[in-house]
Structures are given as C-alpha cells and as structure tokens.
Design a binder for this molecule. Structure first.
Ligand SMILES: [Zn+2]
Length: 126
C-alpha cells in the first residue's frame, strides 16, 4: 500500500496538515483541477494520502472560476418552469446547457427518477 518512505520523501514534501475528513497525512503535490470532466489547470494542493481529499492553496479557486467561465462551464444550472405538452410535461434545457452537453434537437435521451426529488437524463451519443 502506498509508496515506500524514501520515495515519498523524494516525490512529495510532507506537510504538517492533517486531513479534515479522515485525519490522514497531507502531502504537497501539483494536481489537475478537474471540473465537469474538463481540466482547468495544474495547481499546488495538499492531498490526503489516505482518502485523496484535496485542499488547494489560496487564489486557486479564483483562477479555476475564471477558467471555468472562459470555457463556458460556469452557471450551467438554471431555474426553469415545467410546461404542459399534451398529457406530458416539458422541462427546458437552456441554450448554454445544451451547448455544454452537445445536445441536438431530435436526439433520444433516457430519463428516469433517482428519487422523488431528482431526475437523471442520460445522453446516449457520447
Ligand atoms: Zn483523508
């Protein structure tokens, strides 16, 4: 399990921090910041050697937010009204979200409930 101690020393700087989630040892590493399957850049972070929890340095959130906005990944969620379509109901996918999902009119998707408060829409053609 894990790296031998001498390798840890060579690869990573061991920090004094303890993981807030599990109390594990935190290691300083450079990691990819992945958001919505997109890589928003490599940043310094302390990473828990046990559970993988990542704590980024100050200023990273601002940079990541900026990158996400530039890539059209920001604020993809929205509040929409349910409309009546015959005996069924329609929920609008905004232009922004459709572009992100590469969703085209006429495509077939699978929709099903996760529970009474959430639905899942699976897009097949990916
Ligand atoms: Zn941990």
């Amino acid at each position: 399990m894990g790296h031998p101690k001498w390798r840890l020393k060579n690869l990573y700087e061991v920090s004094n921090m303890k993981c807030n989630e599990c109390g594990g040892k935190m290691l300083k590493k450079v990691v990819d910041y992945i958001f919505l399957d997109e890589n928003l850049g490599r940043f310094s972070a302390e990473v828990c050697s046990l559970c993988g929890e990542q704590v980024f340095e100050e200023g990273v959130i601002e940079k990541v937010t900026q990158n996400a906005k530039e890539k059209g990944l920001w604020n993809l969620g929205s509040s929409v009204k349910v409309s009546r379509i015959g005996n069924s109901m329609g929920i609008v996918v905004t232009k922004k979200l459709a572009q992100f999902l590469r969703l085209k009119p006429g495509e077939t998707v699978t929709i099903y409930p996760e529970n009474r408060h959430r639905i899942i829409v699976d897009i097949e053609n990916k």
